[in-house]
Design a protein around this ligand. Structure first.
Ligand SMILES: [Zn+2]
Length: 398
């Protein structure tokens, strides 16, 4: 530090849990030493010009902002929404491929902490066609855009398909464990299968470690195998079997720090809501492709516009309850209860609806931008934060 010049000295921010110095933060920071999730508020303005600057303050908690994924290249509809930590980068997309008639679109999403190693990722679904009995489709070939492959148990699919495809390139990749996850399967099973279709659901989770640069990363991966037995005989007499690997989700942190963040990741997973209007447009596209009525991406856009008009006539609160009917991600997060503990339901007066947040903190705040702050510091008041011009309202449990 140069001497002799007048500069304002603001104390380095310290983690209230372990005392480690924290790097720059925008609202939400994760201590890279102990893994604590922390909310940072900007200092109040000095009482008079030239007054002593106040340090920023740090509280155990989390600060979340909404992220919305659109589908500009297809239906034009919102696809899903979720909450991500303030200050994290986030991006996602939807890719349409009409050659794959049973899965014409896949969605991806990733968000990560630019000041740390934490991240959450939704990876593209995969689909396959099972062989149709003796003389049926040959393994290794393609059927309407999907590889031909016999269905497999979820832990095997995790090891043979998911990990090699999505994490095979990671330096020093080690699979610590792969295990069945019946509670995840139950959560997806509870969504119900399409009429006339017999469905088998199986799920697995894996724990990986690998290197990114100098850093050891630990990641948990989830995957759900859904096998559909269609009420259709194939040309060769067997029943048509199609299967999907869905809900492929990864969350990661520095090695040894992942479990400390289970509550933050659980809150994010629980907040994922898929737009039912988009799902309906997607399913109508599959039907149209099966009947060879849809050939162009522009026609998907037309389907989307029909649903969008319907959606525009709904008020936000109706949309909320509509979203509420598709709560598979919420169930996934709940069923994974051994590391993700309780949920508290609050009433959000800005949205006019209920919101489920972590129960690990006894105070929740919301603002009109769809952001939330959770903390258990009784002296915490986000309205004292001069960087936040929006009014924050303390939420009441329902
Ligand atoms: Zn710490």
């Amino acid at each position: 530090m140069p001497n002799g010049t007048q500069h304002v000295h603001v104390e380095a921010l310290k983690c209230p849990h372990c005392g480690a110095e924290l790097t720059a933060a925008a609202g939400h920071v994760i201590c890279q030493y102990c893994g604590s999730s922390l909310v940072v508020t900007a200092p109040p303005a000095p009482p008079e010009p030239g007054g002593q600057p106040q340090p920023e303050t740090v509280h155990r908690g989390m600060r979340l902002r909404p992220y919305t994924q659109g589908d500009p290249g297809g239906t034009g509809l919102e696809v899903f929404r979720l909450l991500v930590p303030a200050g994290w980068e986030a991006r996602g997309g939807v890719t349409w491929n009409l050659q794959n008639v049973r899965m014409p679109a896949v969605a991806v999403f990733q968000c990560w902490n630019p000041g740390g190693l934490e991240g959450l990722e939704i990876l593209p679904n995969l689909n396959f066609v099972g062989g149709g009995g003796l003389g049926g489709l040959l393994s290794g070939g393609q059927s309407f855009g999907a590889p031909v492959l016999q269905p497999m148990a979820a832990p095997v699919a995790m090891q043979q398909l998911v990990i090699p495809r999505y994490r095979g390139g990671m330096a020093g990749l080690t699979i610590r464990r792969t295990e069945p996850a019946p509670e995840l399967a139950q959560a997806v099973q509870a969504e119900g299968a399409p009429a006339m279709v017999q469905r088998q659901v199986d799920a697995a989770r894996a724990r990986l470690v690998y290197q990114v640069g100098e850093n050891g990363i630990e990641e948990e991966l989830w995957a759900v195998v859904e096998v559909l037995y269609l009420p259709v005989q194939t040309l060769f007499g067997g029943q048509e079997v199609v299967w999907y690997i869905t809900h492929i989700l990864g969350f990661r942190a520095a090695e040894g720090r992942l479990d400390a963040l289970a509550d933050l990741f659980g809150t994010m997973v629980r907040s994922i809501k898929v737009n039912p209007a988009w799902m309906a447009a997607y399913e109508q596209t599959i039907t149209g492709l099966a009947q060879a009525q849809i050939r162009h991406i522009q026609q998907i856009g037309q389907i989307g516009r029909n649903y969008a008009q319907m959606g525009a006539q709904m008020r936000e609160e109706n949309l909320q309850s509509w979203y509420g009917k598709h709560e598979v991600w919420d169930r996934l997060a709940r069923e994974r209860s051994e590391s993700i503990r309780g949920v508290e339901t609050y009433y959000d007066p800005y949205k006019g609806s209920e919101v489920e947040l972590s129960s690990q903190y006894n105070q929740a705040w919301a603002n009109g931008r769809g952001e939330y702050i959770l903390t258990d510091d009784p002296n915490f008041d986000p309205n004292a934060d001069t960087d936040t011009p929006l009014a924050w309202e303390r939420l009441q449990p329902v």
